[in-house]
Design a protein around this ligand. Structure first.
Ligand code: 5GP
Length: 217
């Protein structure tokens, strides 16, 4: 997309996306990736086992509890949390490197992580993805062949708890259908990029022929 003639240097933005399981987060994130190929997506470290379809290094770095604890002790996580009895953490280095270069960075993390990131990176933008209804969330969770009933029940209870935190977020998006949800996220990303407070240096290239027109008047 050709946007403006300005090339204003700005800070990279940290976008936080939280969504309870079954909200359609993965599909929405894939849609975002297509729309914004230049945006980096954080790859978290986790102690949970890979599920079928998970690709190590792309979806998560799958590590042992002892390795996770060692990384935590060395301060290598920008945030970390226990989710569904497993540890999850966002590595600090790729995040800092990306925003330092002015590149936006997306985090798919839970509400505990969102709270920590907002504290450390106050300019971060947090977005909560909601299911259209409880009935729909139950139906979507039930369709996951990889999880058993006990896990589904626990995920539903966690979702209920997570959704109670929606008021701590900057934006919400209801995932009624994928096009609408990705469209809303796109609008948020584009608007946040236009915030004056994020601009580090202001530049406006002269319009073609403008100087001639000016000298004639
Ligand atoms: P799943 O295991 O189903 O991929 O993810 C479970 C939950 O953990 C999701 O709500 C996801 O957003 C969250 N999660 C994934 N990575 C991280 C992370 O690095 N930090 C935190 N706090 N939550 C994470």
């Amino acid at each position: 997309m050709k946007t403006t003639r300005q090339s204003n240097q700005r800070q990279g933005i940290v976008f936080i996306l939280s969504a309870p399981s079954g909200t359609g987060k993965t599909t929405v994130i894939n849609g975002l990736r297509e729309r914004f190929p230049e945006v980096s997506l954080s790859v978290s470290y986790t102690t949970r086992a890979p599920r079928s379809g998970d690709i190590p290094g792309r979806d998560y770095h799958f590590i042992s509890r002892s390795r996770f604890s060692a990384m935590k002790a060395k301060g290598e996580f920008a945030e970390w949390a226990t989710v569904h009895d497993f540890y999850y953490g966002t590595p600090r280095r790729p995040l800092d490197r990306s925003i330092g270069k002015g590149k936006d960075f997306f985090l798919d993390i839970d509400v505990q992580g969102a709270r920590q990131i907002k504290k450390e990176y106050p300019q971060a933008v947090s977005i909560f993805l909601l299911p259209p209804s409880w009935g729909e969330l139950k139906r979507r969770l039930g369709k996951r062949a990889t999880d058993n009933t006990k896990i589904i029940r626990r995920r539903l209870a966690n979702a209920r708890r997570e959704i109670q935190n929606v008021m701590q977020y900057d934006y919400y998006v209801v995932n009624r259908n994928i096009e609408e949800a990705v469209g809303l996220l796109e609008a948020i990303v584009l608007a946040e990029r236009q915030r004056i407070s994020r601009v580090l240096r202001w530049r406006i290239a002269p319009l073609k022929g403008e100087s001639k027109a000016l000298s004639r008047s």
